[in-house]
Design a protein around this ligand. Structure first.
Ligand code: BJW
Ligand code: ZN
Length: 239
C-alpha cells in the first residue's frame, strides 16, 4: 500500500492534500462523526449553524470556548509534520484543511488554506472586522459594540470564495490528490474527489476506516494518518 503510494508520488509534480478532523485525532482533538465523534454531547449539525447562534449565542460561544480550551492543550502529531515536509518535496503543493484547529500551521505548514475558518479568530456581526480571540467568560464584543461570532463557516453559509477558487484551480491541474482523515460527507469539500477524478488526478485516501469514497479512489490506505504519512515521506526522501 505505502509502496504503491510512493510509486505514484515519485513522478508527481503537483500534489494537493485535503485534510479533515481525522488528521488531528491522534493529537487528542475529537472528530465530528463516528462513535467518538461527539463534541460535549452535541453534534456539529446542532450548534454549527447561524440559527443556533441567533437562538443562543451564549451556548454556541460556550461550545467554541470549550473546544478552544481542548485545542490549546494539544500539539501537532507526526501526520501534521509529515504534511509540512511534503510541501518541500514537490514543485507545486497545496494543502486545504477543513479543520479550524490551527495545528497545520503549528506543525510548520505554510502553503495551506482553511475552508471552514479558524477557531482562534472571531468576526464582528455588525462591522465584519476579524480579530484573534480566545476564551472569554462573557459574550465577546467588538470595539464598535457589535456582538462577535466565531470566524467559522457554519452549515448553510458560503465558504470563502477565494479559498474555494484557488483550491479548485489547483485540483484541476494536480497529479495527485490526497484525501486524509475526512468522512467526505460535508459539501463543498466533499466534491473534491469527483473534481480530481474529472481532471485525471490520481486519488489516494488515508483513513482508519472505509468511507463513501473508498471504492471510488485509486488507492485507499486503511490506517492512522500519523503512522502512514511519515512512512510515505521517509520512503520518498530515500531516493
Ligand atoms: C482518521 C483517524 C486517524 C479518525 N487517521 N483517519 C450538497 C449535497 C448535500 C448537502 C449539501 C450540499 N451542499 C451544501 C450542503 C449542506 C451542507 C452539507 O454538506 N451537509 C452535509 C452534512 C450533507 N454544507 C454546507 O452547509 C456548507 N455551506 C454551503 O454549501 O453553503 C451554500 C451557500 C452558497 C452560497 C451562499 C450561501 C450558502 C458549509 C459547510 C460548513 C461545515 N462546517 C463544519 C463545522 C464548523 C467548523 C467547526 O466548528 O469546527 O465543519 S461541519 C464539520 O464537518 C466541520 C468539519 O470541517 C466538517 C467535515 O468533517 P470531517 O473533517 O470530515 O470530520 P468527521 O468527523 O466527519 O470525519 C473524521 C474522519 O476521520 C472519519 O472518516 C474517521 O474514520 C477518520 N479518522 N481518526 C485517519 N487517526
Ligand atoms: Zn464591529
Amino acid at each position: 500500500m505505502i509502496g504503491t503510494a510512493v510509486k505514484i508520488l515519485r513522478t508527481a509534480k503537483s500534489v494537493f492534500i485535503l485534510t479533515g478532523a481525522g488528521i488531528s485525532a491522534e493529537s487528542g482533538v475529537p472528530t465530528f462523526r463516528g462513535s467518538d465523534g461527539l463534541w460535549k454531547n452535541y453534534r456539529a449539525e446542532e450548534l454549527a449553524t447561524p440559527q443556533a447562534f441567533e437562538r443562543n449565542p451564549g451556548l454556541v460561544w460556550e461550545w467554541y470556548h470549550w473546544r478552544q480550551s481542548i485545542i490549546l492543550k494539544v500539539k501537532p502529531n507526526p501526520g501534521h509534520y509529515a504534511i509540512a515536509e511534503m510541501e518541500n518535496l514537490f514543485p507545486r503543493f497545496l494543502l486545504l484543511t477543513q479543520n479550524v484547529d490551527d495545528l497545520h500551521r503549528k506543525a510548520g505548514s505554510r502553503k495551506f488554506l482553511e475552508i471552514h475558518g479558524n477557531i482562534f479568530r472571531a468576526r464582528c456581526t455588525v462591522c465584519d472586522k476579524k480579530i484573534g480571540h480566545t476564551l472569554t467568560p462573557e459574550l465577546p464584543h467588538c470595539e464598535c459594540g457589535g456582538l462577535l461570532r466565531p470566524d467559522i463557516v457554519w452549515f448553510g453559509e458560503a465558504i470563502p470564495q477565494d479559498v474555494w477558487s484557488e483550491s479548485i484551480n489547483f485540483v484541476q491541474q494536480a497529479d495527485v490528490v490526497f484525501i486524509v482523515g475526512t468522512s467526505a460527507v460535508v459539501y463543498p469539500a466533499a466534491a473534491i474527489p469527483q473534481i480530481a477524478r474529472d481532471y485525471q488526478a490520481k486519488i489516494i485516501e488515508i483513513n482508519i476506516e472505509k468511507t463513501p469514497i473508498s471504492d471510488f479512489v485509486d488507492l485507499s490506505i486503511i490506517g492512522k494518518s500519523g503512522e502512514i504519512l511519515p512512512k510515505i515521506v521517509s520512503e520518498l526522501k530515500q531516493t
